[in-house]
Design a protein around this ligand. Structure first.
Ligand SMILES: [Zn+2]
Length: 287
């Protein structure tokens, strides 16, 4: 388990599959022929595992998917030494098996999952967490945030200035007062806001004044934009710990205002470029 130690109570039938790695009878499960918009979460720990858009019709008798939520499912060699077992990466609960080379979809992979291991959450009831970080060049902050297990998605953009939908040119000319920032959407079961805040302070230098790394200018300032009082208190606490460790933190705390998505060519910059950041490095600052 990572951030969440809370596990749901299971029935004997659920235990037989999720804990003791059993298999439900084909064509009997609740989600075999289930096609609604939403998320399939782990029955045991509630971590989000599969999106409905990745569910495929395969007629094997069990719910099938050709993709998983990044990092949510762990693949291990089955005790039979042949098949690949899939388990929830968060709690280790048994899900089923994964097969490749069947040629069923373009991705050519099929996660064959027991309905019993899943709990469907309709789209309008999915609970994700959100966080906004400004810590220098948004390409670099996004690069590290995307790699963190539990992060579902990131968007780079601009925040804190006085112009709507500012283009990148305005940010560079420093006329609008915006800073470069990253919006992170995460699964609160797999990672907490506090863990993300700690990561943020480990991937940039919160003691640098007037810029970040080689990037100089107010648009690269270190600012935490909190979305509610709980987030604000969490950040204050993490900064207090850093100050106790001797860091002269200059990071500002501001209430979140409108986040403007940056141009498409800025999104997923290092993933598309297959590069690594020049502007940020990971440095462990917490025990
Ligand atoms: Zn789980």
């Amino acid at each position: 388990m990572s951030s969440c130690n809370k596990l749901n109570k299971l029935t004997h039938e659920e235990e037989a599959i999720i804990i003791h790695k059993g298999t439900e009878l084909p064509f009997t499960g609740e989600y075999d022929e289930h096609f609604s918009k939403g998320v399939y979460a782990c029955k045991y720990c509630d971590a989000m595992l599969y999106l409905s858009k990745d569910k495929i019709k395969f007629n094997c008798g069990w719910p099938s998917f050709d993709d998983e939520i990044e990092g949510a499912v762990k693949k291990v060699l089955d005790t039979d030494g042949i098949r690949t077992e899939i388990v929830c990466a968060n709690c280790g609960g048994h899900l089923g098996h994964v097969f490749t080379g069947e040629g069923n979809t373009l991705k050519d992979i099929r996660h064959c999952v027991n309905s019993t291991s899943l709990n469907f959450v309709p789209e309008d009831q999915v609970k994700t967490g959100q966080a906004i970080f400004a810590g220098g060049c948004f390409w670099g902050v996004e690069y590290y945030m995307q790699k963190k297990p539990g992060v579902l998605g990131t968007t780079v953009g601009y925040i804190g200035g006085h112009k709507d939908e500012p283009p990148y040119e305005d940010i560079c000319s420093k006329t609008t007062g915006h800073v470069e920032a990253v919006k992170v959407v995460y699964d609160p079961v797999r990672i907490s806001y506090k863990e993300l805040v700690r990561l943020f302070f480990e991937i940039h230098d919160p003691t640098q004044i007037g810029g970040q790394g080689p990037d100089i200018g107010e648009q690269y300032s270190s600012i935490m934009f909190y979305l509610d009082d709980k987030q604000k208190a969490t950040v204050e606490n993490v900064i207090k710990i850093l100050k106790e460790k001797g860091y002269s933190v200059v990071t500002k705390l501001k209430e979140a205002v409108t986040f403007w998505k940056a141009e498409d060519y800025h999104q997923d910059y290092y993933t598309k470029k297959k590069g690594t950041p020049y502007c940020h490095v990971y440095k462990k600052r917490f025990d």
